[in-house]
Design a protein. Structure first.
Length: 604
């Protein structure tokens, strides 16, 4: 064997190298799909299973061999590139590789065998004529203890192989492997993706749905959201549900997606032959265009109302990023005696946002709000008596943990109503336990709805504070395109920079109340006054337009207007500096993106 690539890792303290190496092998076999985007996932074929011996026997039927050292030989051919010969090694494993695309073989396998405690051989092969989803070449992981705290990780390849054939392994796989090795936590349990379903069936269902429905929807998408994320994310969730119902044998007669948003998940499930509806407090424009065939209803879901505002035949509840309804979904499912699936996203309690941070078990410090929120939802379902299962979905989202609640064969707890009353009781012992649904019209509450006169009054007050004690700037800091202006406005007063806490002291109680009423604070208000102020690192200063500001744009977002239309509309807005700065605007009327009313000769 010859070296392909290696790197050394220095740890702060001595580690169990064998345990780290075994964990790395496990990560590689279970998480290979996170590195190789051709894969949906891997499935281990248990030794002792008839399929294990069948696969091994098929692979060993080819002729030829390549020597790997330590008395190990690997058979290979032009069709089945490589296959092992070892018969009774307890450290051998086989994983079936599940491809995303139908162009790759579904009969692809990864064979691994530990030669010694710190050396493992990997062999990829196919049992059909199709192209494998991975590079079907033999390679070897090896760990070498340099000293107590230093370990070298290496990948080796057969002497007869050309290193250029391993470009992906060297340039893409190894950097990820080395990062995993450096950050391994032996106490952390590995959470498999889509562990409740057969990922091979899931991959086929997802592929079919994406090609037959998803791609067309993505091309016709009219929302401002990124279709590559939202369309294919819901394709993944719909495919997961179809396979979950199939493997459990409990396909619902009628589902309800609570807080269905754009209705895409409902549309995909309806198109797949599953009856059900989506409910949301606000109808979306896309419902009547792309989702016209789906059963989507503008309706308020009220957990306190009789029947919750749901159709009478509902026997499965879905909460796909359902926000304030999320903790109520297990409660409503318990009262309906039906199953549910919920994907918690934005943390909400029963009556307000969820802001609790639980203490981390066995560790110092606390969990994140999201982790604590997951515990909160998990506890609700468990205390109601559901058989609760947890999974990690294969979707392009950071919030992809889902809970699947199933009514057990002997039913939920007999005192379920008492449990619900206890769970939903307010902490302040208030008698008011009414659920408050979000309003039909979503109001922008980021301080932008403060009356214009009041906005100007507060902005002018802060502007004067920043200006009063400052000395005129004499640095002439101006870029090439503003060279002429720098000569005219060399003494333009940029004001001072103050901490937000200090600026807050100059505001009246009435000023602060206006901001609180808009769910915002001083920083939010100042960021909305973009033309006048620049907020950075907890401080605020006047914006100096001689320094160029790069616009923040989402490249995936469709442009509603061209640049000329935006510039024309902005020119209609009066320039604050031109109006109120004693030195005027530091830019000429032609250079400033806002409208000047004074002549440039008076501005500086």
């Amino acid at each position: 064997m010859k070296l392909l690539v290696e790197d050394s890792c220095v740890f702060e303290q001595a580690i169990s190298v064998i345990d780290f190496f075994d964990k790395l092998i496990e990560l590689w076999c279970e998480k290979m799909h996170t590195v190789n985007r051709r894969l949906t996932g891997t499935v281990q074929i248990e030794e002792g299973n008839d399929k294990f011996e069948h696969i091994l026997g098929r692979a060993k039927s080819e002729d030829g061999e390549i020597h790997l050292g330590a008395g190990k030989n690997i058979h290979f051919s032009k069709v089945i590139l490589i296959s092992p010969v070892s018969d009774d090694n307890p450290s051998r494993k086989i994983y079936q590789l599940t491809p995303k695309s139908s162009r790759y073989s579904e009969e692809s396998y990864l064979y691994l065998e530990k030669i010694d405690a710190l050396t493992c051989v990997f062999l990829c092969f196919t049992l059909d004529e199709n192209e494998p989803p991975v590079i079907a070449l033999p390679y070897q992981f090896q760990c070498i203890e340099v000293d107590t705290n230093c370990v070298k990780l290496a990948i080796l390849i057969p002497d007869a192989k050309n290193a250029e054939e391993y470009w992906w392994t060297k340039d893409y796989a190894f950097p990820v492997l080395f990062k995993w090795f450096r950050t391994i936590n032996l106490d952390r349990k590995m959470c498999r993706t889509n562990r409740l379903i057969d990922i091979r069936d899931y991959a086929r269902t997802y592929r079919k749905m994406k090609n037959s429905i998803g791609r067309q929807l993505a091309e016709q998408w009219t929302e401002q959201t990124d279709p590559q994320k939202f369309v294919f994310e819901d394709c993944g969730i719909a495919s997961y549900l179809l396979e979950l119902w199939s493997i459990k044998g409990n396909r619902p007669s009628f589902f309800a997606d609570l807080g269905c948003g754009n209705g895409l998940l409902v549309h995909l499930l309806n198109k797949s032959g599953v009856k059900g509806c989506g409910l949301d407090v606000r109808k979306r424009d896309i419902w009547s265009s792309l989702m016209a065939s789906a059963d989507l209803r503008e309706s308020v879901v009220d957990p306190n109302a009789e029947g919750f505002g749901l159709p009478p035949n509902v026997d499965f509840l879905i909460g796909n990023h359902s926000d304030e309804l999320t903790p109520w979904i297990p409660v409503m499912a318990a009262r309906l005696n039906c199953n549910f699936m919920v994907i918690p996203c934005c943390p909400f309690g029963f009556y307000a946002k969820y802001n609790t941070k639980d203490k981390a078990e066995g560790q110092k410090g606390r969990m994140s709000i999201y982790e604590s929120f997951l515990n909160f939802v998990r506890k609700i379902a468990q205390e109601l008596g559901f058989d609760l299962e947890e999974d990690r979905l294969s979707i392009p989202s950071t919030k992809r943990i889902c809970f699947v609640g199933t009514v057990p064969p002997n039913g939920l707890f007999c005192n379920v109503n008492e449990v619900i009353e206890r769970l939903t009781k307010r902490k302040d012992n208030s008698a008011d336990t009414q659920f408050v649904a979000r309003p039909k019209q979503i109001t922008n509450r980021n301080c932008s709805n403060i009356p214009r006169e009041k906005q100007f009054e507060i902005a002018k007050k802060i502007f004067d504070v920043l200006l009063q004690s400052a000395n005129p700037s004499t640095d002439g800091l101006v870029l090439q395109e503003f060279r002429l202006v720098s000569m005219i406005c060399r003494n333009w007063n940029p004001g001072i920079e103050l901490p937000l806490a200090e600026v807050n002291e100059f505001l009246t109680e009435e000023d602060r109340n206006w901001m609180k009423a808009q769910n915002g604070g001083l920083q939010t208000f100042l960021k909305n006054q973009h033309q006048t102020f620049q907020v950075y690192g907890g401080t605020v200063r006047m914006r100096d337009w001689r320094r160029p500001v790069e616009p923040k744009r989402n490249p995936k977002k469709k442009k509603k207007e061209d640049e000329a239309a935006i510039a024309e509309r902005r020119k209609a807005i009066p320039c604050f500096m031109d109006e109120w700065h004693p030195d005027g605007c530091p830019l000429s009327a032609e250079q400033c993106m806002y409208g000047h009313r004074k002549s440039d000769s008076n501005s500086c």
